[in-house]
Write a protein that binds this ligand. Structure first.
Ligand SMILES: CC(C)(COP(=O)(O)OP(=O)(O)OC[C@H]1O[C@@H](n2cnc3c(N)ncnc32)[C@H](O)[C@@H]1OP(=O)(O)O)[C@@H](O)C(=O)NCCC(=O)NCCS
Length: 287
């Protein structure tokens, strides 16, 4: 993949993911929307950075000189992480995805562990299992936060770039590999809240809607406090959607249920040579 392929591949991921969502979303959910332009800019920045840090993990496939698919992966401290994987819908089912996946996995050949979040696309899930990954169903919590259920949260403060070392150490304890530079991308996009105390430490990145998009902590109590801090910042009366919760993280379900959110399932956390991290809620592409 080259810098000049970014835009074309970005369009392909937006189209392919939207097409999967349209095929697999549940009736009780709002209709899926294609990735909005605001989020496209973040996708471009993240992927552009991956191209700089992990050129060997980023690949596109061309048919007649035109980009028709790609795969973006990173290696962080002996963990291989797949961030984006898509083939244009009219070119799917011809073996292109298999070749892209093989090229991206070659980048992680020195890594024992691997981790990524997968859509519910049966073709993708087939690829991942055949590539040796364990599939852990992901749950999501959705609804309007019951403000009267929000507890007083102690020992949570706003975080800054000065917390990166602390976060990397919590990453190693929970997911077995630090995010390193990826924290810069996350810090640019999200609000950071941190707990750093003798009784537990952890952090959460929170989006503008009050959704915790990444939570890691040394114990469940700390993780729950961070998740409550995020939910408390949601706009009263507005829908929130907390995604990427595995069965290993029942604490997050308990917070969601106390906030009167509903549980659904969607997609999988795919891992290799490791258990699903806990207490942990993974980010969709940086994990
Ligand atoms: C996942 C994806 C990248 C694979 O690319 P592709 O070029 O279609 O992949 P291939 O043709 O190499 O292989 C697809 C495999 O899925 C199988 N498949 C396709 N549709 C399927 C279905 N509905 N049910 C079961 N298997 C299916 C194919 O038979 C093939 O398996 P095989 O090689 O063992 O026969 C592509 O389908 C895609 O872009 N999907 C939508 C986006 C997405 O979900 N990406 C993954 C995000 S985590």
């Amino acid at each position: 993949m080259r810098e000049e392929d970014l835009e074309a591949f970005g369009e392909i991921t937006a189209t392919s993911y939207f097409e999967v969502d349209a095929r697999t979303y549940q009736r009780a959910w709002p209709d899926p929307v294609r990735r909005p332009p605001g989020r496209n800019a973040h996708w471009m920045r993240r992927t552009g950075r991956a191209l700089a840090t992990d050129p060997g993990g980023c690949w596109v496939a061309e048919v007649d000189g035109e980009v028709v698919g790609g795969a973006v992966s990173r290696v962080r401290e002996l963990m291989w992480i797949l961030a984006s994987f898509a083939v244009r819908p009219d070119q799917q089912g011809r073996g292109i995805g298999t070749q892209l996946m093989a090229a991206a996995m070659h980048h992680g050949r020195g890594c024992l562990r691997g981790m990524f979040a997968a859509s519910a696309d049966p073709g993708a899930v087939r690829r991942y299992r055949l590539a040796g990954f364990d599939l852990h169903p992901q749950m999501l919590l959705t609804g309007v936060v019951d403000r009267s259920a929000i507890p007083v949260v102690e020992r949570v403060r706003e975080g800054t770039a000065a917390d990166v070392e602390l976060m990397n150490s919590v990453d190693r304890r929970t997911r077995g590999a630090a995010h390193l530079d990826d924290h810069d991308l996350l810090l640019d996009q999200f609000r950071l809240v941190v707990t750093d105390h003798t009784t537990g430490s952890g952090y959460a990145y929170v989006d503008d809607d009050g959704v915790p998009v990444l939570v890691a902590a040394t114990n469940r109590r700390t993780a729950s406090g961070l998740m409550w801090e995020a939910l408390a910042s949601s706009t009263p009366g507005a829908q929130v959607e907390v995604r990427h919760i595995t069965a290993a993280n029942a604490w997050a379900l308990d917070v969601g249920l106390a906030a009167r959110l509903a549980i659904y399932t969607n997609g999988y956390l795919c891992v290799r040579q490791m258990k699903p991290p806990a207490p942990y809620v993974h980010h969709g592409s940086l994990l």
